[in-house]
Write a protein that binds this ligand. Structure first.
Ligand code: HEC
Ligand code: HEC
Length: 471
């Protein structure tokens, strides 16, 4: 395997130190080295995740309460994580309450809106929400809440929040339910903040991120105990907590504000590194799984690592030509983001961390992989059975849902039950239907590549799937 090497311009291999360098290092594909992490308190990290809103802007609580009262009778807030306190106990798990310096109580979405999800009736911490709907313009709903806000202090808070989200709304949207734009909207946010002071600028200070926003899946958090770097091309290197803090820039407008939250994110990172994957909840044929394990060892382990107590994980970025999956995201991250990497390097976030992509995709650990469908970095493949048998991958598909709209887990194929369609979005009869269709012909939506199951017989594939259930 290629050892990590820094390309021309990085004089000593000390990444991201000193600032002001003319060149921004990129990485070679291959192994990602480990970087020292600041030790944190995992218990506190959990508390921050479930109780503290990291965003410093949001909807005034009074307006939120009125909106809830109007939309439906106030009932239970749905499934909850333990340990929520105060006002948070009455809010759905993806919202947190906090107080602005002006004393106004605010409600904001938290990390768990994207990084927790219900699967077969269980709310799972760290599971990416594969059905989050980012196809609707948030500006429309936000404008409607404006009528519910009263008083000067609340109005000022509401205006700050609504201006931010409305400004970003074009960069938040996707055209398919389930795929995410978080990486893209973070770039859009960088463009609106001065890198040195973090002061908000109404006018973008950088050319906008490449359009259209490419679709990305939300990776599970429990992989963090093994991963040396974050994100699909392994670009999030160095001190990982600072990258997590950047997930939170919407309303962070000064270095003082960012540094006041820095240690929260050190604790969050420590907590994420303790997370274990959820166990497969149905029966497993152990003899078949055993047979699958020998296939895994010969065909998969070199990239994805060993499993169990004494796991070893190689932290590899696999070159595009070898993995063969849709190249658009990796290419854009490698070729088109230098101005954002320069921003990062000059900023508080870049003091301890680097944005250093390699031209490929990280082979992720497969812990809890039964739960993380759809598969690949762009959510292109609805089940593991289809991932291992490329001839079975649907070009156009839609997740099947129950009468009340819930997606249906398929414990046989490991993934989401789906209908294969004969045509893509252009054939949809309504906007709503159009949003539900995954069309693998769109830019960044390709479902090809990762043909490592090609030579397996149908019986071998079944055995391998049985083994993957045990992870
Ligand atoms: C709007 C949805 C959304 C929100 C909110 C969000 N994330 Fe993410 N997160 C994502 C997506 C999408 C990715 C994958 C981005 C990529 O790799 O390009 C990601 C990646 C990550 C990763 C890297 C995982 C890996 O294996 O590489 C971590 C850790 C993470 N987020 C933590 C957080 C924390 C902590 C918060 C709250 C401060 C947060 N996220 C808020 C969507 C979100
Ligand atoms: C040459 C390296 C390599 C080999 C061999 C390999 N993989 Fe992968 N695998 C990858 C990479 C890289 C990705 C990420 C691709 C992407 O997201 O575009 C991946 C992604 C996956 C995913 C999707 C994970 C998710 O949550 O989206 C699964 C499942 C998977 N591989 C299973 C397997 C199995 C099973 C085998 C053995 C038959 C195997 N892989 C062999 C490199 C490899």
């Amino acid at each position: 395997m290629t050892a990590l090497a820094w390309l021309a311009g990085c004089d000593s291999g000390r990444q991201g130190q000193g600032g002001g360098d003319q060149f921004l290092a990129k990485a070679e594909v291959g192994r990602i080295p480990a970087y020292p992490q600041r030790p944190g308190d995992a218990q506190k990290g959990y508390d921050v995740l479930v109780n503290r809103a990291a965003l410093t802007c949001g909807l005034p609580y009074n307006a939120y309460a009125k909106a809830v009262a109007r939309s439906k009778p106030r009932g239970a807030p749905g499934p909850q994580f333990p340990g929520r306190s105060g006002r948070n106990r009455e809010l759905p798990y993806m919202l947190s309450a906090h107080q602005a310096p002006s004393g106004v109580e605010l409600v904001s979405t938290n990390c768990l809106a994207c990084h927790a999800a219900t699967l077969d009736g269980r709310l799972i911490m760290g599971l990416g929400n594969a059905f989050l709907d980012m196809t609707q313009d948030p500006a429309v709903e936000i404008a409607a809440t404006g009528a519910l806000v009263t008083g000067q202090a609340e109005r000022a808070q509401w205006r700050r929040w609504s201006e931010r989200i409305t400004r970003l709304s074009g960069d938040l949207l996707t055209d398919t339910v389930g795929v995410n734009t978080a990486a893209h909207s973070t770039l859009a946010l960088m463009a609106q903040h001065d890198p040195k002071t973090l002061a908000w600028s109404d006018k973008p200070l950088l050319a906008p991120p490449p359009q259209p926003a490419l679709p990305v899946a939300i990776p599970p958090w429990w992989n963090l105990r093994k991963k040396h770097a974050l994100f699909y091309s392994g670009e999030g290197r160095g001190d990982l907590a600072r990258h997590l803090l950047l997930a939170n820039t919407t309303c962070t407008d000064s270095v003082a504000e960012a540094s006041a939250m820095d240690l929260w994110f050190v604790d969050i990172r420590a907590y994420l590194a303790t997370l274990a994957p959820p166990k497969y909840p149905y029966a497993i044929d152990q003899a078949l799984a055993e047979r699958g394990y020998s296939l895994y060892r010969s065909q998969c382990q070199g990239c994805h690592g060993t499993n169990g107590e004494d796991w070893r994980y190689p932290n590899l970025v696999v070159p595009l030509g070898e993995v063969g999956t849709d190249p658009a995201l990796a290419r854009a991250t490698y070729n088109d983001l230098d101005r954002f990497r320069a921003w990062f390097r000059q900023s508080y976030y870049g003091e301890r961390s680097q944005l250093t992509p390699a031209l490929g995709y990280v082979a992720p650990p497969l812990d809890g992989v039964w739960a993380t469908a759809p598969y690949l970095h762009n959510d292109a493949v609805p089940t593991l059975a289809a991932l291992l048998d490329p001839s079975a991958r649907p070009a156009y598909w839609r997740a099947r849902r129950t009468a009340d709209g819930a997606p249906i887990y398929d414990p046989e194929s490991l993934g989401w039950a789906y209908d294969t369609l004969s045509q893509g979005k252009s054939a949809a009869m309504s906007w709503d239907e159009c949003d539900q269709v995954y069309d693998s012909t769109g830019k960044g939506y390709g479902n090809g590549g990762h043909r490592f199951g090609d030579t397996l017989s149908a019986a071998d594939r079944r055995a391998l799937i049985e083994y993957l259930k045990t992870l």
